[in-house]
Design a protein around this ligand. Structure first.
Ligand code: NAG
Ligand code: NAG
Ligand code: NAG
Ligand code: NAG
Ligand code: NAG
Ligand code: NAG
Ligand code: NAG
Length: 583
């Protein structure tokens, strides 16, 4: 079929190699083919005031100028220090055809003029979804004038990340250039909540691994890190007023987040426009508390686990015991005031509570939902009131309203994981929703069972040992996902965004990067740019893949172990060479 599409596509592919690979792709983008060079002592101004380029600048506080100065430092350092020479995305052994001839003279970028049109407020650095304007405009003239404008300092950080992606290091090693001037970009995100869920209970993630993840998120314009900090397996969170909980519940004294660690992680994220919020999953998924407070927990490590919970060790809070309430009062009084300066949300969990657990509770002795439902309603009401009292907005998993029919405050955000139907049902009830559809967004899936299958029959039953959410979710599948699938326009407005999830049973700092990246990048573009182009067509993988390849190589250059999505043969070729033919 000699379609106009095919014609367009071939023009697109012939026009530039490599593509100018802004990731996620801006809302509107035009570029030329003039070369501009960048020098380390270019002049930078922010609202007219001089801004120095200092390598590794750390903001002194969350003053807008400090935030922007540090953003400039990170952007320029990534251009000058990461040595990204693009041989792997240009034709084999033909890099010289792509690179400018440095002996022909240079047009230098003269200045980087940053203008912030609006004023930052307290919520700029810990917004509820939609409270911060992340839009920006970026222009590079052929003469070397660069202008970046935004309403908020977060918009400026987004624009600076885009700026870095225009540049390459020359193979001589001493020049940095963009071949794409003049450039004009207008950009803004589609969804305000673009997140990653990190599980630090099944396997611990070090502070430096979390900080690296926050950096990589900022490069991809992802803006929310949800730390599922505790679960039944371990409690790595130090609570000074309840020191026994992490002392007994952490895997090892070295696998604990101190209050200083928590603040560092939140502050580090906030300075990059990535809001870090925490989840204490309850009333199920809380077994680790039994190691210090056995009196509060039922069914701890009870066998066979599948009658009491989803995976070992089981353990749930007693739902009709004032001691649990007193414990949570103390816990939240200690924790929430420390989290509130840096985030707007707190997640109280609520997934996979097994009705059988309360059979073992001497204060209840029932698994009848008619008995349990009012107790759970009261439990959620009490915890959410505490969250609100600390100035935070509660988030829960979908089972609380959908399976248990618990009524939630209208401010509550509900995280859906069981599929499109859940998002439909929740938005139908008027709840704001974060989409984490496991069929698309669970990055741990498809890598095999971690449960041992003994020879007694389980071996045969479970052969070939696929996990519950098999298959693996490739970046292509993630990219194809529409968080508002089958919703009315009104319902769609309630979807604030999505989170990819990294459940940690077989993931720790050793393989974290390769599990997350670049698949979280794919969701980053999905949520920032949407998956359709200006004409409303799905973006073609032939257009998307070269950009994601380049982004992946840039991430590797910046110190993140992102997986390859193709072989070098493909990254050095036109996308056509690694594609099924267009019919
Ligand atoms: C970006 O440019 C558009 C079109 O000129 C304008 O409407 C918008 O306000 C600009 N945004 C910023 C943040 O400067
Ligand atoms: C509760 O336990 C019974 C066995 O006593 C089991 O048959 C049932 O499947 C369990 N229910 C759940 C939800 O796990
Ligand atoms: C909860 O505990 C109270 C006080 O011990 C008791 O009176 C009540 O019956 C219990 N509720 C349920 C549903 O078991
Ligand atoms: C409640 O417990 C009974 C007796 O163990 C069991 O047969 C039934 O399946 C349980 N109900 C649920 C919802 O698990
Ligand atoms: C919630 O409501 C649905 C529909 O009315 C019902 O089938 C279900 O049993 C209820 N669940 C609980 C825990 O009350
Ligand atoms: C566009 O993407 C959606 C979501 O994956 C898919 O259902 C649809 O078939 C695609 N449309 C075309 C024309 O390929
Ligand atoms: C859309 O949602 C409705 C209501 O939940 C459901 O009946 C229908 O099957 C869904 N359609 C598709 C195509 O998923």
């Amino acid at each position: 079929m000699a379609s106009p599409l095919l014609f367009l596509l071939s023009v697109l592919l012939l026009a530039s190699h490599p593509v100018s690979a802004i990731w996620p792709v801006p809302k509107s983008y035009s570029k030329g083919s003039s070369v501009l060079y960048l020098h380390q002592n270019l002049q930078i101004t922010y609202n007219g005031a001089f801004v120095p380029y200092v390598y590794g600048y750390v903001p002194l506080n969350s003053d807008s100028k400090e935030i922007v100065t540090a953003g400039v430092s990170r952007a320029l350092s990534s251009i000058f220090a990461d040595k990204f020479v693009p041989w792997m995305i240009t034709k084999r052994n033909k890099l010289a055809e792509f690179e400018p001839d440095v002996y022909k003279g240079q047009t230098w970028i003269k200045n980087l003029q940053i203008v912030q049109a609006g004023k930052d407020t307290a919520s700029t650095f810990k917004p509820l979804a939609g409270e911060v304007d992340e839009s920006y405009n970026l222009t590079l003239s052929t003469e070397g004038d660069v202008k970046l404008t935004a309403v908020s300092s977060i918009g400026i950080l987004r624009g600076l990340e885009t700026f870095t992606q225009l540049f390459y290091q020359h193979s001589t090693g001493t020049f940095w250039y963009t071949p794409f001037a003049p450039v004009s970009i207008q950009d803004a995100p589609k969804y305000p909540h673009r997140g990653v869920l990190l599980d630090t209970s099944r396997n611990y993630m070090g502070v430096k691994d979390i900080l690296r993840t926050l950096d990589a998120m900022a490069w991809n314009k992802l803006n929310v890190l949800h730390i599922h900090v505790t679960d039944s397996q371990s409690w790595p969170l130090e609570i000074p007023s309840l020191p026994e909980v992490s002392r007994e519940g952490a895997y090892h004294p070295s696998q604990v987040y101190t209050p200083q660690d928590v603040e560092l992680v939140q502050k580090y994220g906030s300075q990059r426009g990535v809001e870090v919020y925490f989840e204490i999953d309850m009333p199920g998924h809380i077994g680790a508390v039994a190691l210090s407070h056995p009196e509060l927990i039922v069914a701890y490590n009870k066998a066979p686990y599948w009658w009491w919970c989803a995976e070992p060790p089981c353990g749930a809070f007693k739902l009709n015991d004032t001691a649990v309430d007193n414990f949570l009062d103390k816990l939240f009084d200690d924790l929430l005031p420390r989290l509130a300066p840096y985030s707007a949300y707190f997640h109280t969990g609520g997934d996979e509570l097994n009705m059988n657990d309360s059979m073992l509770d001497e204060g209840i002795r029932s698994n009848d939902s008619a008995v349990l439902q009012p107790l759970l309603q009261k439990f959620i009401d009490t915890q959410h009131a505490r969250v609100r009292k600390a100035g935070l907005t509660p988030i829960t998993w979908e089972e609380i309203p959908l399976e248990w029919n618990v009524t939630l405050g209208k401010d509550t955000v509900v995280q859906a994981w069981l599929g499109d139907e859940s998002v439909k049902a929740l938005t139908g009830k008027g709840y704001k929703v974060i989409d984490s559809n496991y069929n698309f967004l669970y990055l741990d899936c498809g890598r095999g069972q971690w449960i041992n299958m003994d020879n007694g029959g389980a071996y045969q039953t479970f052969y070939p040992f696929s996990d519950w959410c098999d298959p693996y979710k490739s970046w292509r599948l993630i990219y194809s996902h529409d968080p508002t699938y089958n919703l009315t326009e009104e319902e769609a407005k309630l979807v604030i965004g999505g989170e990819v999830a990294v459940w940690g049973e077989t993931i720790d700092p050793v393989n974290l990067d390769s599990i997350l990246w670049p698949r979280a990048s794919a969701m980053g573009e999905n949520l920032w740019s949407g998956t359709t182009d200006v004409s409303g067509q799905n973006r073609s993988q032939l257009e998307v893949t070269p950009r994601l390849n380049e982004m992946r190589y840039r991430m590797v250059a910046r110190g993140v172990g992102a997986s390859p999505i193709q072989m070098t043969f493909c990254t050095q070729s036109d996308s056509f060479d690694c594609s099924y033919p267009i019919s």
